[in-house]
Design a protein around this ligand. Sequence first.
Ligand code: ACO
Length: 431
Amino acid sequence: MAENTKTAKLTIDGKEYELPIHSPSAGPDVIDIRKLYAQAGVFTYDPGFTSTASCDSTITFIDGDKGELLHRGYPIDQLASKSHFLEVAFTLLYGYLPSADELEKFESLVTNHTMIHEQMHYFFRGFRRDAHPMATMVGVVGAMSAFYHDSTDINDEHQREVASIRLIAKMPTIAAMAYKYSIGQPFVYPRNDLDYASNFLHMCFAVPAEEYQVNPILARAMDRIFTLHADHEQNASTSTVRLASSSGANPFACIAAGIACLWGPAHGGANQACLEMLREIGTVDRIPEYIARAKDKNDPFRLMGFGHRVYKNFDPRAKVMKESADEVLGLLGIENNPTLQVAKELERIALEDPYFVEKKLYPNVDFYSGIILDAMGFPTSMFTPIFALARTVGWISQWKEQLADPQLKIGRPRQLYLGDTARDYVDIENR
Ligand code: ACO
């Protein structure tokens, strides 16, 4: 961490405490309160972590006001248009753009670890046949620690590396198997002659009965969706992975925890919720009714795919996703898709509405992603598993960074206790 030159002063009951201020390479200054309790005997209170940095990191930077997202310094729009998912994965993991040779080796390493232990197939069969693929993924990824004992020692750098590659390589296989299982089709084994995105599409949509040719346009769109979801600094699921890992838990358990957190509709589950909402709206003339509901304080309804804790401007991923939606639906000849029309009109109306303007609510990454995934043939239940698959590299990069930190401490927030103070136990007959 850089030497701090600035300090903040805090006065409690007339006594002054000096707190160091750290200046980041980008973003707002950070007041270091690590010694506050020891020195002043007080905690800080910040439910939802709206003003609290939980770690230092060099991986991803978001400027929410500008609508900027950088991975290792590289803007997401450049990565989405010029790079591809496995190159972005390398960059997130190792901190720099790979040379051609490094990239080839990395791609080969990932490609050659895509199969899962054959015994895991039986594990899948223990789930109810119509299980949500996210439920299956939480279970199966957690269970990887029962299948890959040789990569669970977090203190062994080599094992950490093996676990990282295994997770990135096998997550598409697991997500595709969870999907196949949920629709009662046979599992399709990975194919090492296909690139990462094409292989995933093949495992999802091929059946043994007939030949399946991956559409290169859809593969490119799939790869871009993976790229746009690869990492997003200290969001809820990433923080969950870090918190689980801070206790020394094995990598598969930590990533399973991240998947569980991602599932919620306020986070990764929003892409499923958003498409369901757009379909429910159905036609452009019903939009005002839903806008009114979103603004009504007495109605819990929110515009899914709108708003973000950090972005108070356009989510840069949403811009790329919108272009991608136009491109994919155009190429598939379904540009008049009513859901896309509703989405565009909803966005236009919301962006002109004072409620959304004042609260700085813009479309987020989930607003258009569901439309593309739907056009590709995925059911809504697969939207969040695809997000989890792509985010795995971000979780892994953050997990590795955390474990390399010599100052690593178990994550243990404090609380503002408002319950009863000590009182005597009352025997049941006297209550
Ligand atoms: N529709 C209507 N009103 C909204 C919306 C929305 N989508 N999002 C926020 N608001 C309003 C809130 O009611 C609140 O109003 P108030 O100040 O009058 O009470 C204000 O905007 C701020 O909202 P908070 O919930 O305090 O903001 P927070 O940062 O905690 O929430 C969140 C961010 C969870 C993403 C929220 O915007 C939301 O629920 N959006 C819909 C779900 C969604 O799209 N999630 C995906 C996020 S991106 C991702 O995880 C990949």
